[in-house]
Design a protein around this ligand. Sequence first.
Ligand SMILES: [Zn+2]
Length: 481
Amino acid sequence: MTKLPRCFLYVFLLFSAACQPPQSAAPDAPAAEDSAEGRIDLIVAGDHVVTMDDAATVIVDGAVAIDQGVILAVGPAAEINASYVAEQTLAGAGRIVMPGLVNGHSHAAMTLLRGVADDLALMDWLNNYIFPAEVEFVDAEFVRIGTELACWEMIRGGTTTFVDMYYYPDTIAEVIESCGMRALISATVIDQRSPDAEGADDSIAKGNGFIERWQGRNSRITPIFGPHANYTLNAEQLRATRAAAMQFGVPISIHLSESPFEVQYSKVNYGMTSIELFESIGFFDGPTIAAHVVWPTDAEIPILVEREVGVIHNPTSNMKIASGVAPIAKMLAAGVRVGLGTDGAASNNDLDMWEEMRLAAFLQKVEQMNPEVLSAKTVLRMATSGGAEAIGLGDTIGTLEAGKAADLIQVAFDDVHHVPTYDVVSHLVYVNDEQDVASVVVDGKVLMREGEMLTIDTARVATEARALAARIQSALQERNR
Ligand SMILES: [Zn+2]
């Protein structure tokens, strides 16, 4: 099929809110009916299209035109349908179209450790349960099955991009390649024996190999470094990891200022807080995606702004492990880039970004005793365009605008809890559940259509996950006997 050159199509991009008079296409734009060149891959329609652009445009009876993985036009469905003929259409009745959700911090394969150790403080949970269990059970096969399980859950819930930090990153990348999601995948760096390395030097060396193998290989996959935290790596190892990341020009994801323990550890060992330490060793000299950031001081917040650190708020994990309440409203007001994340399923215990949105809003409101902080609109931004900016993909994803990658979802608004709807954004944040997500598109490819998973063999993954979990459970029972 002949494809219309992309630059030509941009000439008549339709981008008008329903309240505005529709803009007519440029005079030289070919009408769909008189030119086979108006044929494109996909049209996704909706009763409302929530673009998440800077003007917060919501188009009533809208549609998104997609070709070769790129959004060509966003506008009233009548205009899109008059301009293009698509090979495939996702019909819009009872559907809301919006950008796919961005999960800025996860440990995907930990879906297989969901529920094995609950109701514990962070350091007890990590040192006495999670790290030992990982060394004993985690291998490439564990990571493959656990990541597939996570991708299934995330696609089902409307997440299209995530930032992962776990072991065997090549295996994670292979799963992402086949399931069709977009991901930043961290090579974990930690100074202890881990499932795939013997310590910091070994994990940096293996990370170098991973990035060499995956950089530039698949536009949906960005290999990065993931130094675990400042209490599992010393200052020299943190500096070495940043140097390795700079050499490849890749970002870093890290746990930062997560718990009072971490801040205290830093003060005792370095005479300064975590963020001050990172600033003092030049760690923020390259792009940083910082998970949690629960305990930044008023003096540290300007450092996060100036160094353009992307902060990922994980309200559920922070609540469950009792890490604290991150000053999200304060950071946003200061100009920090803030996104949302689930953290791993072992500390959440699911990968539901709708729940994260709701809890992010409620937690700030009750902590500050002020219902006006962190509005539904602000939180929806954190889960989409704000999250995309926080992870360094703001130019590529996060809004529905011409020229961006076609990562978008359709949410079904016909369940009883969406009847009636006065305000779509209010419903998306305060009502919607992951089960309401109907269809998911990444890079122009449909990964889920009306609830049917198209890129993951869910029956096989469920069988494999249950079999592996049975082995883990009997080993844990044996150990506890
Ligand atoms: Zn984490």
